[in-house]
Design a protein around this ligand. Structure first.
Ligand SMILES: Cc1ncc(C[n+]2csc(CCOP(=O)(O)OP(=O)(O)O)c2C)c(N)n1
Length: 955
């Protein structure tokens, strides 16, 4: 039996607590002790011994038990009944009674920690909390009557609130866990995090007590926030402003997060948010002058105020625009960036993470050095959007991954208890908007938005948690929406009771002013004067603005806008000697590192290809990357299974067969002066592509590439493509050199492993917003990648990449192809005799090899086969030159594998027509109009492929 002589009270109570939480979690001898009887334990613990004495004095140790009262009725629509209270059987002997009472007390403490939030006063509109029977001492078994509570010593309970006995502790726990702040922490699987959170929450370590000056400043801030919205509403009746009112405290909360980030040495805060309160954040958190915002409102009324975009962009509505500002804090200056975002709620989440990660990464080192204290990501979510938009979950899943972590994001749910006109009961299947975050082990702090001091404390706790554990944390800021969804909506149509309740609700500024007047911190006159000052400032800014009308408005200079270029002047060839050196290094592993022998044989082939030819796709790619690294251009490549490559063609990361250790020769090039980041991504498209977009925007000097497993899957990231990649330049003047690698080609693998939906990218291409290429040789790919990295004009690039061609001999290249020349947007037919050619078959991508290798090809001497390697911007001059090089030309055939309603045809048909000399016909050959991209049966595929090629070549 266990020797309990050395038993220490704290240890015993910790074990008992653990035992009550999870009996299997304590050592077996202790379990036996707890289960077998209490006397030994009681005799060793002074607190327990004292309790036994008290019980004995109280009358033989009998504790009132009796049947538990009936459960409280559920008061919320989706109130789930908590698990029944478990308590030990009634005890007779004082020892056992003592232990049972302590167990009940501990279970009560545990309930406060786990379910206290259910009884918290979180709703500023006074909604009653659902409560929980497990929080009621008298429903415990044995009943924790006030008398018994006074007998149970606090020190045995492992709590961090002050008090001598349970009777002192209960109200303290109630205040901590059921006040205007509440916590969900008990789901966290990391014991250290759980214990840390309990300790700091109960000891109120981050509970911020403001001095008089701080209170006054907070009131001033709330006055500015409210005054701004009120002024806009008065001056621009009915214009959309998506007022923050009801969640006003969000602004001082952001102030606090920014100040704390600066204190921790941060130099940037990257903020993502939707429409709600955005103008207020722009004005007060980013520091955009009032007149610039007022100008946009005026712009809706008078063209005089409109800023024409000099480069033909569409611009965007004012509550989507990003901005950057510098904030002065006690710890120094810090940059605050608000990311531009589309209407698509939460789509900006991964973009913010990518931007933050780029800010945190030093790209001058081999693998990139990430310091998460440098930048902080802050995401503000809507309460309807957070649980319902899948990209939120995808983004949360990035948080702790090697290639994606930003060391903890501060999430704030701007919870106004409504989504447009939709009530929570129709918006989510969970109790709280924040519940998704529980699955990611994140602590959740709920706070009533009408208690500004509690809201500030929530930020302090959240930031301390981030600093300590480097993981995400969620604040669910529970407020309301003072007006309709926007200023044109009438909330009373759909939520009449809530709307009339809100009408009665004094604003947070009014309430706080009253509190401070009561506390003697400010006088009512002071508080009124604050409001008047804010109003005057806005009026004056507005008047000043009006005097500028008609004077010609200076055009907004879009930061980062770089005019497009053809990239023709960029030198992409690399001297042969340098390529040889790099190639040798790419094949080098440290002594003692054992490469898989089968793979080693494949890699060895790469040694001879520089002399003998046969540089394949993977080798061309790694030589492009390596050559950039020694030129000081950082590269980041991510995607599903990208380290090896979906088609096992890349192998940039090797794994020692003996010990599994990974080694990437490309991260160990002697002369590299920039980082090579490579990561297998999680199985997400939307968040991963959004992340890389954000990264590429913040790292304009780097080549950032994202690879789809198959191109077909990129449409899972369609929002990132439509709303950011192709339109960001036009809307926000924001572009990048993000590169999408999309495996594409008809090889009989069915409707979902054939098409990257080239047609969609072509449809979205305009005003030189992106580049689209579909190249056919390793050398073309090599030059394309280098051009993309080196072109001073940045644009996203979409590359449809091959599968079968990865190893096709004819698609491989020789060293001279890399060492000379550059990317060619059009490839002519080397075998054709121009004088003889009557038909030009033009195609793009893999079908070229089907045509060139077909049995009919040698006979078809009047046919030339040209390749369009760049589809957008359409190479007008090169295409015209090719067409014009055949004097006898009678027709041009556009041949494609894709159905007629897909592929490149419909987007480039007019381009081809424009390039045709008089009398030359244009004809389409390919799959007919189809609802699905390709056949599901390999034999049907082969037949169709053969038909297309025959039709193109038959004369
Ligand atoms: C992906 C997407 N679907 C639908 C909408 C249309 N919409 C705009 S605001 C809104 C309600 C959002 O509610 P919530 O997330 O709670 O934010 P709130 O407006 O209440 O601040 C909806 C459905 C949208 N913007 N984005």
């Amino acid at each position: 039996m266990h020797d309990v002589d050395g038993l220490n009270a704290g240890y015993a109570s910790a074990l008992l607590e653990q035992y009550l939480e999870n009996p299997e979690g304590v050592p077996s001898e202790w379990r036996a002790l707890f289960e077998s009887g209490a006397s030994e334990l009681v005799s060793t613990h002074p607190g327990l011994a004292r309790l036994v004495e008290l019980l004995q004095e109280d009358g033989n140790g009998h504790v009132a038990t009796g049947p538990p009262p009936p459960p409280a009725p559920a008061r919320a629509a989706h109130a789930a009944q908590p698990s029944p209270v478990e308590a030990p059987a009634p005890a007779e002997a004082p020892d056992e009674t003592a232990l049972a009472a302590v167990a009940a007390a501990m279970a009560l403490v545990t309930s406060y920690r786990a379910y206290g939030h259910l009884a918290a006063r979180l709703d500023p509109l006074g909604g009653e909390p659902v409560g929980d029977p497990s929080l009621e001492p008298e429903r415990r078994e044995p009943k924790l009557t006030p008398e018994l509570q006074r007998m149970i010593p606090a020190d045995i309970l492992g709590v961090h609130v002050p008090g001598e006995t349970l009777a002192d502790v209960v109200p303290q726990l109630h205040q901590v866990y059921c006040g205007t702040s509440a916590y969900e922490i008990e789901h966290i699987s990391d014991h250290e995090q759980r214990v840390w959170l309990r300790t700091v929450i109960e000891s109120r370590r981050y509970h911020h007590t403001l001095d008089a000056e701080q209170k006054r400043r907070l009131l001033e801030r709330l006055t500015e926030v409210e005054g701004f919205e009120r002024y806009l509403r008065r001056a621009f009746l009915g214009q959309k402003q998506f007022s923050i009112e009801g969640l006003d405290v969000m602004v001082p909360m952001l102030d606090e997060a920014i100040a704390l980030s600066a204190e921790e040495g941060g130099h940037e805060v990257v903020l993502g948010m939707a429409h709600r309160g955005r103008l207020n954040v722009l004005a007060h958190v980013i520091g955009r002058p009032y007149d610039t915002i007022l100008r946009e409102f005026e712009g809706e009324r008078t063209l005089e105020a409109v800023v024409a975009d000099p480069e033909g962009g569409t611009g965007d509505v004012k509550y989507h625009l990003g901005a950057e500002g510098t904030r002065r804090t006690a710890a120094g200056e810090i940059t605050v960036t608000l990311a531009s975002n589309p209407s698509h709620l939460e789509a900006v989440d991964p973009v913010v993470e990518g931007r933050t990660r780029a800010e945190q990464t030093d790209r001058s080192t081999r693998t990139g050095y990430v310091d998460s204290s440098v930048a902080l990501a802050v995401q503000i979510h809507g309460d309807a959007a957070f649980p319902a938009q899948g990209v939120v979950a995808e983004t949360l899943n990035l948080a702790d991954l090697n290639g994606y972590s930003t060391g903890g994001t501060l999430h704030v749910i701007a919870n106004n208890q409504i989504g447009f006109t939709t009530d929570p009961a129709d918006a989510r299947s969970t109790r709280y908007s924040s519940d998704l975050a529980k699955g990611f082990d994140l602590p959740i702090i709920h706070v009533n938005a009408d208690d500004p001091e509690a809201a500030i404390s929530a930020v302090r706790l959240a930031m301390a948690f981030r600093r300590r554990f480097g993981t995400d944390v969620v604040i669910d800021l529970v407020g309301y929406r003072r007006h309709g969804h926007n200023e044109q909506d009438e909330a009373a149509y759909t939520q009449p009771l809530m709307a009339s309740r809100i009408e009665q609700q004094p604003s947070v500024r009014e309430q706080y002013a009253e509190t401070l007047v009561d506390e003697g911190v400010v006088s009512q006159e002071d508080a009124d004067a604050m409001s008047a000052r804010v109003d005057t400032t806005l009026k004056e800014a507005h008047e000043r603005l009006k005097t500028t009308f008609g004077q010609g408005v200076p055009a907004v200079a879009y930061e980062g806008r770089i005019p497009a270029s053809s990239g023709a002047d960029v030198v992409t060839a690399v001297p042969a000697e340098r390529l040889r050196t790099l190639n040798d290094e790419l094949l080098r592993v440290p002594d003692g590192f054992t490469v898989n022998p089968k793979l080693a044989r494949q890699l060895e082939r790469r040694r001879v290809t520089l002399d003998e030819g046969g540089i394949d796709w993977g080798q061309g790619e790694e030589l492009a990357f390596a050559s950039l690294l020694v030129e000081g251009i950082p590269v980041r490549l991510t995607g599903q299974d990208t380290e090896r490559g979906t088609f096992s063609h890349r192998h940039l990361v090797l794994h020692d067969v003996q010990n599994g250790q990974a080694y990437a020769p490309i991260q160990n090039l002697r002369e590299a002066t920039a980082s090579f980041e490579i990561h297998n991504s999680p199985l997400s498209e939307e968040a991963c592509l959004g992340f890389e977009y954000g990264y590429s925007v913040a790292a304009p000097e780097a080549l950032v590439a994202w690879e789809a497993q198959f191109g077909d899957f990129v449409n899972g990231a369609q929002v990132a493509v439509d709303q950011f990649i192709v339109s960001g330049l036009s809307k926000w003047g924001q572009t990048s050199r993000l590169t999408l690698l999309l495996p594409h080609g008809y090889e009989g693998n069915g409707p979902e492993h054939s098409s990257a939906r080239l047609e969609r990218f072509l449809q979205l291409a305009a005003q030189e917003n992106i580049r689209i290429a579909n190249c056919t040789t390793a050398a073309q790919y090599f030059h394309l990648l280098r051009r993309q990295a080196l072109d001073p004009s940045a644009r996203p690039l979409v590359v449809t990449t091959p599968k079968g061609l990865l190893r096709l001999k004819q698609a491989a290249s020789a060293l001279t192809d890399l060492a000379d020349g550059g990317f060619r947007p059009v490839l002519a037919d080397p075998a054709a005799d121009p004088g003889e050619v009557r038909r030009l078959v033009l195609c793009s991508g893999k079908i070229y090899y089907d045509l060139a290798g077909h049995e009919l090809r040698p006979e078809a001497r009047s046919v030339a086969i040209g390749r369009l390697e760049q589809l957008y911007p359409f190479p007008v001059a090169d295409a015209a030159e090719l067409v014009g090089s055949f004097p006898q030309l009678g027709e041009v055939v556009w041949a494609q594998e894709e159905p007629q309603n897909m592929g490149a045809w419909r987007a480039i048909r007019h381009r081809l027509e424009e390039s045709l000399p008089d009398g030359v016909r244009l004809r389409f050959v390919g799959r007919p109009w189809r609802a699905s991209p390709s056949e599901g049966y390999p034999t049907a595929h082969l037949r169709e492929q053969d038909r297309i090629v025959r039709e193109a070549l038959s004369t």
